[in-house]
Design a protein around this ligand. Structure first.
Ligand code: TYD
Ligand code: MG
Length: 453
């Protein structure tokens, strides 16, 4: 018998090497290579599939007739998926333990099963009784929602072939294992092999599948980084400890917009949708306080108002601190340089902290003006009128550049009762038909200073 081949696989990125290495040359992680026995899986992936072997076909002949999306009726959830669930798509959901992934999917599956779809919820972490207890708390009961407490891939595959569900959840990918590999459940090889088999099954059978994955402390999906390439959609379920609201974010989506977010609130009886997140994010905003500015950012397809907070304080360090939460660190460094050079602020001996209230991440050029103005407001100790919303891209020469979807942003500000909107001049020229809020078009930082400080 041939000697089993030994390989060393990086548990972080999946890199494989014939020799042990202290540092992964691919992802630069230290001590992440683990010995694994390299064996051909007992079931080559093709054999697990439901269909026969596929032949190449011209695009024109490939039918998309059954591609109608499945709607759960939970608006925030459907939106993040890009307007409903695509049959046969595979979705990976990552999140910290205890954030509510199981709760979210149980609720979504309950809604889908009530529409008459056969749903299979496979849990490797809890017993059927535990799931039932949670379901009772959520008020979920549907004859079409089947719960299977199982960790063996082979038995899960058998059940899928027997039951032929329309939607499937695997909670979580770190708990299932295939007996064809000797490594322990949760190791990279196991996660990749078992998830790979399920993905093939889903694609061939038109079975929409959710894979739940745990994230590590640094926020990336533990183990299945390589999985991100194999699935259609990657969602992260996030929330701050001590806060009740949760954000479902699409970071990759083959069938919809990324950056799309869905906002939920964790309540006694499960997750409730927050259909107007702007109101929630601004609810605890302090008024007339220096360093606070309201901006409007487009998250996916919808405008959301959030509060940006900046604190500028005298630094006693050789290199002053620049700390940002929710906005890009480099962007802030660049804008601070613009403030120094163009507006004459002395920031070289000041610590600067920038935070987006509510745990949201805003990552688009339109927030530049908000960052600049909140930092300046804290520096000058002058509050910004709380009835004003700002947005616009700031260039290195201190000019204010137009941004996309200005009308949607202005309307969102109007809807929440804001009186003034400071926006790029080029955008305001196209929005002369809007009477409220009052639009103030600006083309340079100097003009903004005249208005605000
Ligand atoms: P869970 O879905 O088990 O998290 P995950 O699967 O991501 O690990 O969520 C568990 C948390 O949610 C737990 O701390 C309790 C809380 N929770 C509620 O507040 N209300 C509820 O109705 C439910 C079911 C859970
Ligand atoms: Mg769970």
């Amino acid at each position: 018998m041939a000697k089993p081949k030994i390989i060393y696989a990086c548990q972080n990125c999946g890199f494989q090497s014939p020799k042990w290495l202290g540092k992964c040359p691919d992802c630069n992680q230290w001590n992440s290579l683990v010995e694994e026995r390299f064996e051909q899986a007992a079931h080559p992936r093709g054999e697990l599939s439901l269909g026969t072997k596929e032949e190449p076909a011209p695009l024109a002949q490939i039918s998309t007739a059954e591609e109608g999306r499945l709607l759960s009726g939970i608006g925030e959830f459907d939106r993040v998926l890009g307007g409903g669930l695509v049959p046969g798509s595979v979705i990976l959901i990552g999140g910290d333990p205890g954030i509510g992934k199981s709760t979210l999917l149980l609720q979504a599956f309950s809604a889908l099963s009530e529409k008459g779809l056969k749903c299979l919820y496979v849990t490797g972490e809890e017993s059927q009784r535990q799931v039932k207890m949670r379901a009772e708390r959520l008020g979920v009961s549907s004859p079409n929602l089947l719960i299977l407490s199982e960790t063996s891939l082979e038995r899960i595959v058998d059940q899928i072939k027997r039951l032929k569900p329309s939607v499937l959840v695997i909670d979580s990918v770190q708990t299932i294992f295939t007996s064809s590999l000797p490594s322990a459940p949760g190791s990279l090889g196991q996660v990749r092999e078992s998830s790979g088999a399920i993905i093939v099954l889903a694609k061939k059978g038109g079975l929409s599948t959710f894979l739940i994955g745990h994230v590590t402390k640094d926020g990336s999906l533990a183990g299945p980084r390589t999985l991100e390439h194999m699935v259609d959609t990657v969602l992260y379920f996030e929330g701050e400890r001590g806060h009740n609201f949760r954000i479902l974010r699409a970071v990759k989506n083959r069938f919809g917009s990324t950056n799309e977010i869905g906002v939920f609130e964790m309540k006694e009886a499960g997750l409730a949708e927050v259909s107007n997140p702007s109101e929630l994010f601004l609810s605890e905003r302090p008024l007339q306080v220096p360093g606070s500015a309201v901006i409007c950012s487009i998250e996916g397809t919808r405008p959301i108002l959030v509060e940006l907070q900046a604190l500028v304080s005298r630094s006693f360090l050789a290199v002053p601190r620049r700390t940002t939460i929710g906005v890009d660190h480099n962007r802030v460094a660049l804008l601070v340089a613009v403030l120094e050079k163009k507006m004459g602020l002395n920031l070289f001996n000041q610590d600067i902290f920038v935070n987006v209230a509510g745990g949201v991440h805003v990552d688009e050029p339109a927030v530049d003006l908000g960052i600049i103005v909140s930092v300046a407001s804290s520096y000058h100790e002058k509050p910004i009128d709380p009835q004003t919303v700002l947005f616009g891209e700031v260039g290195l020469a201190g000019e204010i550049r137009g941004i996309a979807q200005a009308e949607a942003r202005v309307k969102e500000a109007g809807k929440l009762g804001f009186k003034r909107c400071i926006l790029p001049l080029s955008n305001s020229r196209q929005l002369t038909h809007i009477k409220s809020p009052e639009l103030i078009g600006v083309s340079s930082l100097a003009e903004v200073w005249e208005i605000l400080f």
